[in-house]
Design a protein around this ligand. Structure first.
Ligand code: FES
Length: 250
């Protein structure tokens, strides 16, 4: 028996209930791995496996606990006696709009999503959010007409839809927040002069030679260039700038 196989056989098994059926799974697995261990194959409800894409929203109850909990299957570790099921998709209406043609105004958001004002501030949306986004706070910001605040507060939203699943007011919060971020990022936020300068430089061919020399490298040379590149220190109080700001290959 290989080392990995013997470790698996040593792992303590715990009972979990997946869509009502009991399975014994190793205790350290995430819900996603436990579901696969139990013999299911994901064809929906899994994407990045890293807590980013929002595809794996899961609801569960703990043994003997009346409350319903939620989490991401790829990030939440199984517990003994957990009853769980995954929500591969949560149907919530997304208002149709032509992004290029709409004005970045709070009134536009209110017209597209009048249900925003059905919010009774119960906070169930915030309590269920697996990313700890303060959902009620951004909904309140949008009711006040503050698109910038809504975009900022909802920045970590991964569109799993769990907020909408718990909403008394039947509000598709995550779709509305996405529109706020689009309007803020694309139409309201001041342009970065650095970005404009960089685009200008690229279009003027300033980096053509550097790109050509990268393209001419073999894989080992590329790896060496990558690992030996000048990097910003992970922890530093000093204001850092690269010594070579002219080319890609510092
Ligand atoms: S699979 Fe992407 S967040 Fe879990």
């Amino acid at each position: 028996m290989g080392e990995a196989a013997s470790k698996e056989s040593e792992a303590r098994k715990i009972p979990v209930y997946i869509m009502g059926k009991r399975y014994e799974v190793p205790e350290a697995l995430t819900i996603m791995k436990a579901v696969e261990y139990a013999g299911y194959q994901y064809i929906r409800g899994a994407g990045c496996r890293g807590g980013i894409c929002g595809a794996c929203a899961t609801v569960y109850r703990r043994e003997g606990d009346y409350k319903i909990y939620a989490g991401l299957a790829c990030q939440t570790v199984v517990e003994p006696g957990m009853h769980l099921t995954q929500i591969p998709f949560y149907p919530a209406l997304r208002a149709p709009y032509d992004y290029a043609g709409i004005e970045p105004k709070a009134e536009v958001i209110a017209e597209l999503y009048p249900e925003l004002f059905r919010c009774v501030a119960c906070n169930a949306c915030t309590k269920i959010c697996p990313m700890d986004v303060q959902v009620l706070d951004y909904v309140s910001a949008l009711k006040r007409g503050d698109i910038a605040a809504a975009a900022e507060i909802s920045f970590d939203c991964i569109q799993c839809g769990l907020c909408a699943s718990r909403c008394f007011g039947e509000i598709p919060q995550y779709h509305i927040a996405q529109l706020a971020r689009r309007l803020w990022g694309g139409k309201l936020k001041p342009r970065s002069p650095h970005l404009a300068e960089m685009v200008e430089n690229i279009e003027a061919g300033k980096y053509n030679d550097a790109v050509a020399s990268l393209m001419a490298m073999n894989v080992d040379e590329l790896k060496k260039a990558y690992t030996q590149r000048e990097m910003e220190p992970a922890m530093s109080d000093e204001k850092w700038t690269p010594t070579n700001r002219e080319g890609l290959l510092g």
